[in-house]
Design a protein around this ligand. Sequence first.
Ligand SMILES: Cc1cc2nc3c(=O)[nH]c(=O)nc-3n(C[C@H](O)[C@H](O)[C@H](O)COP(=O)(O)OP(=O)(O)OC[C@H]3O[C@@H](n4cnc5c(N)ncnc54)[C@H](O)[C@@H]3O)c2cc1C
Length: 439
Amino acid sequence: MDGVFDDNRAPWLIGAPPDEPAAPLARDLDVDVAIIGGGFTGTSTAYHLSKRFPDRRIALLEAVRLANGASGRNGGLMLNGITVLDPSPELAAREHAITRGQIDAIEALIREHALPVRYRRAGVVQLSTTAKAAEEAHAFTEQLVRLGLPLRYLSREELERTLSVRGAHGGVLDPTEGMIDGVDLIRAMRPLLVAQGVQIYEGTPVGVVREGAVAELETPGGTVRAKAVVLATGGYTPRLGYFRTGLLPVISHVIATDPLPRAQLDAMGLGRVAGFYDDLPRLGYCSVDVDGRLIFGGGTTAAYGYRFGNKTTFDARPGDGPERALRGTLAAYWPELADVPIRHRWSGPLDLTLVRHCAIGVLGDNVYYAVGFSGHGIVLANLAGRVLADLYAGEHDAWRDCAFYMRRPGGIPPEPMRWIGYHLYTKLTGRSPWKRDRR
Ligand SMILES: Cc1cc2nc3c(=O)[nH]c(=O)nc-3n(C[C@H](O)[C@H](O)[C@H](O)COP(=O)(O)OP(=O)(O)OC[C@H]3O[C@@H](n4cnc5c(N)ncnc54)[C@H](O)[C@@H]3O)c2cc1C
């Protein structure tokens, strides 16, 4: 499997606690549940299942290393909300309650076990880049505030005092959101999982899943026979033959600076909030890690790559198109950063769905899945572990009214129409062919 950190490193690895990878599987194995993938979805599912079912044999099979995929390569923003379809205020409030509860749960887990995880829950701002969008965001925020959400609409003037970006007409501050180092979180989960009896195998790519009452998973070191399988494989899922017309593994490029002086971050407003994202079709976002590195992604078509087929690695080389484009967008928000040295550049796989909405459910009797986070998965993929543990237990009621429940992503044409359509649309419009706007 391609996609390792060494030539494509996110700064989340810097200063992360040392982590000894688990040995690859080297024999045949019988388990109750085999979880494929060691990102947020896989580790949170392993955590919740092993906590609720301590007697079940649970194996986590990771092709490369834990946090190899999007979970170790993202922008770090812990965001609320689930749907990107225009939600009613009531639905948005319900989804906010669910995701806010999940951010609380992540924080509670870190505190309960004193986990060495770097995070900052200082609020995130959603920027409106036009006057019309700002007006709409203002009106919608007022409705949500009346429903009890702790949001604050920031006028252009207030925004300038909070986050000194240029070109925004207003913003919505959600003080319950924040940033988190995904590598820290996943590495810190390892001892908890092991203590709860989870068998972890790294360097163990699953090549084939043969479904059945007892499914068979082929790996280079042996066959895993499992009564239930969990697909926690994010943008890599179509390679296993699942959701080929439901998921588009688009590659997203990110850049990061060295740690910036505290005074500079404060002057930019990044001492006061954990980051921002905008409302442009090619969503731009920014966060600051706890050492003060500014992390910036999206914001331009060149920040995303889609290669023919299901290729999920696409390095952003120093000074190449994606880096120049990202730098340009960053400098549009903060002209004073036009020449800031870029120290890190990396890429990660997004599992986009047509409606940019995740899907969590069961195929047949025993193949569980949580996919399609569409670049909005730090909180949701961690929530997926709780949802899947409930579905495994036969307890569906808490989730039936959620739009992700049992959703089957689809509607993406096969190759080569997919490749032609994506590139043609993007070239002609400069936009993503997918729907967006979550508020
Ligand atoms: C550049 C980028 C920026 C992002 N920024 C944000 C953000 O700021 N906020 C936010 O909320 N979300 C963000 N996201 C999205 C978020 O990171 C993902 O939605 C989330 O991490 C998905 O987790 P996952 O566990 O489902 O998938 P992944 O983390 O991709 O994990 C899948 C794992 O499965 C393994 N695997 C794949 N195939 C196999 C196989 N056959 N056998 C065994 N193992 C296999 C892979 O090696 C990988 O480790 C971003 C994503 C990217 C790429």
